[in-house]
Design a protein around this ligand. Structure first.
Ligand code: ATP
Ligand code: MG
Length: 367
């Protein structure tokens, strides 16, 4: 099967690394000739809004998927006439706008943060009355790794916060800040017959809005059941095919949905070594109409992202059962350039190793 992936970043790279053993061929479209997936398939170098290039790309493959979330949904609908696009463009379009995402959660009975959408500074003080403070002002579109977000602690901060984001296309949303006990995310996959598999959730730690680490599995079973029920409803709603990730806050024993990603997800990278079948392989199995693989874990896992630059490989690999992934990206502060996954038989062993890993694996947010 020829798989077309929109985006040639690390997610595309890891999809190809999972699909090549299954005999799949990969085609990517990405604006950068240096895209991390370049060496694993055929790369068309073109902007994501280049209609002609997008059609050339789609015509050469059997199925189109995406690892980049901000491709134009109308363009993708045109592509869909020529080739199947999975997951559905509707799921992608919903995830592109924090407002439509939150409305979806509400319509499916999934608790989400308090929020108010707004376009003008004059609307801000009423919005703050509704969300309370502290709050976070976010762009509705195009945010990632904490970009496009400004915290508001006092009413006096509001004007400056608004000015920082005022030029964002697509409007803003104010969210009440959740005082969460933890953040967890669930990765799930649905195949073409409607069968669904859930991975155990991972427990995520963000620093400055960027995912730093994730421990899996998260085991509090009432919360795991809540997450499966919420994520299952989203999958059914879209008649979804492929991998979906949903991020949650845990507050007073309740899950509050933060956002969803209709694709393989950073918080599930530990599935490569720790799970019977990785998120990447299951996504591809779903696209190909193949049976999904088991999602139970062979061992406990700790994922640590390398942000800014890569760690010293010989130091990391001197730790027993630690695995290194280098996305072959140029170093730059704030950029995810790789990750490591540590495996062990117990959470305690991972917690013991963690300080050494955090020291070895760079986290460089600012230059
Ligand atoms: N309403 C909120 N209450 C508390 N913390 C929040 C809230 N919104 C965001 N955060 C914190 O900031 C992090 C990043 O926010 P969010 O997931 O909305 O942004 P993003 O930039 O889209 O991130 P991603 O890289 O996951 O796409 C969250 O994981 C959480 O730690
Ligand atoms: Mg997020």
């Amino acid at each position: 099967m020829r798989v077309g992936v929109i985006g040639g970043g690390q997610l595309g790279r890891m999809l190809a690394l999972a699909g090549l053993p299954l005999g799949m061929d990969f085609h990517f479209i990405d604006p950068s000739p240096e895209a991390p997936a370049r060496e694993l398939g055929h790369l068309i170098v073109a902007p994501f809004d280049d209609r002609a290039a997008m059609f050339d790309f789609a015509q050469a493959v059997d199925v189109v998927t995406y690892e980049f979330e901000n491709v134009s949904a109308p363009l993708l609908r045109e592509v869909q006439v020529a080739r199947p696009v999975m997951p559905s463009t509707d799921a992608l379009e919903t995830s592109q706008d924090r407002l439509s995402e939150k409305r979806l959660f509400q319509s499916l009975g999934i608790p989400t943060t308090r929020y108010v959408a707004l376009d003008h500074e004059a609307e801000l003080s009423r919005a703050i009355e509704q969300t309370g403070l502290p709050a976070i002002l976010k762009t509705r579109r195009l945010g990632y790794d904490g970009r496009g977000q400004v915290p508001i602690y006092e009413p006096g901060d509001a004007g400056a916060a608004f000015q920082t984001l005022a030029n964002a296309p697509g409007g803003l949303i104010l969210e009440g800040r959740v005082v969460f006990e933890r953040e967890i995310s669930m990765v799930a996959c649905r195949d073409q017959t409607g069968a669904v598999v859930f991975y155990p959730p991972g427990e995520n730690v963000h620093q400055g809005g960027i995912l730093r680490s994730s421990y899996a599995p998260f085991r509090e079973s009432p919360l795991v059941r809540q997450a499966e029920s919420h994520v299952g409803r989203i999958l059914e709603h879209f008649d979804y095919i492929g991998v979906l990730a949903v991020e949650f806050f845990v507050e007073d024993g309740i899950l509050i949905a933060n956002e969803m990603a209709p694709r393989v997800h950073n918080s599930g990278h530990w599935t490569i070594e720790a799970s019977v079948t990785s998120q990447f392989e299951n996504h591809l199995r779903a696209l190909a109409g193949l049976p999904l693989g088991r999602t139970d874990m062979r061992q406990e896992a700790l994922l640590v992202n390398a942000v800014g630059r890569m760690p010293d490989a010989s130091a990391v690999l001197a730790c027993p059962d630690v695995h290194l992934h280098d996305y072959r990206k140029a170093p730059r502060p704030g950029r995810k350039v790789g990750h490591v996954t540590a495996l062990a038989d117990s959470r305690e062993s991972l917690e013991e190793l963690a300080p050494r890993l955090f020291e070895m694996v760079p986290f460089e947010r600012h230059g």
